[in-house]
Design a binder for this molecule. Sequence first.
Ligand code: ADP
Length: 399
Amino acid sequence: MKVFVVNCGSSSIKYQLFSMTNEDVLAKGVLERLGTNQATLHHRARGQSWKLAVQAANHTEGLRTILDVLVDAEKGVMSTIGEIEGVGHRAIHGGEEIRGTVRIDESVLEVIRRNAELAPLHNPPSLAGIEGAMAALPDVPHVAVFDTAFLSTLPPKAHRYAVPEQWYTEHHVRKYGFHGTSHRYVTLRTAELLGKGADQANLITAHLGNGCSMTAVAGGQAVDHSMGLTPLEGLVMGTRSGDIDPSVVLYMQSRGFSPADVDRVLNKQSGLLGVSGCSNDMRDLLGEAEGGNERADLALEMFVYRIAKYVGAYYTILPRCDAVVLTGGIGENSLPIRQRIVRSLARLGAELDDARNAATVKGRAGPITTDASALAVWVVPTNEELMIARDTRQMVRPL
Ligand code: ADP
């Protein structure tokens, strides 16, 4: 059974075609610069890769182009697109209405439209991608896996802000959270690696990529999470500030910044980039800090310190903590940051095992703390696309 997984941004379409028999990726790629005359398709299949200049004015055309390549005699992996039995979409904001994976119908499209107000950067392109794929593949089921769904179990004491009730009831102001599919994947995978049922897993999961978020998981369910109404809350990220006093927003407006300026600065010019003044990329910052750049070093300190504070908070609210789990580009690859994180958790009994830290790279999963460590820290690579493919298969042809 073949499942096609699609993740649409405003000017890009990422895709993977899975054979669900062994969960093999038959082909994958990304179409970039959609809607410009420089649209480019990076496609990988059969152990080869191609970079193709393509015509794609919108998501529908982009998806048709990708499907054409998937059945191409040289670059393709199928004889007809009829081999695709289900399409899984990464969807972003499902609001309070959607709490799990759903088969897409008009009511689901309406929820995505309605929640575009809360996720103006993410829901409209995702919707365009879903509608484009439904037009290109009208005869197969389309399934949506929402970033917010895994976090819909947060209890009111965790998801409500201490603002007037009316802000919640009338304006839907609450914590929704994001990266849920990644947190769910690593929760399930870590439970498996620990030899536990998913409903027995008590974890603190940290997705550390360009965007960064943490989730407290009790009995396999999310009970708290660091991102909020939008992905701006919580950890220090590549270009986002994470937690700040909300008065800063008003204060900077009184200093002449427009609301749009403040929004741009906090989302695109803050975080590691804003503090270091040189880069949002962890590899660059580690190099700069090593070369004596104090601002880069401070950015790294703040990044790790904020993570340690969240671990402390989540450790306190969980009934037990089986492991802190690191994932995402930084969590999976950056040995020095992992070392700093474990050191910052010494008070909770975390003890780094250097050899394990060095060996847990290139997609490997495992603990990076010693067996004697009172708090285990694990690295578990995420795979949101596989999670979406599994959910889609389950919806289309339940096991
Ligand atoms: P996104 O959130 O955009 O999916 P990723 O999960 O790929 O991003 O994470 C991007 C971050 O991971 C960047 O800060 C990058 O520097 C970091 N990263 C990726 N590979 C490495 C590596 N080998 N060593 C250190 N950091 C890495």
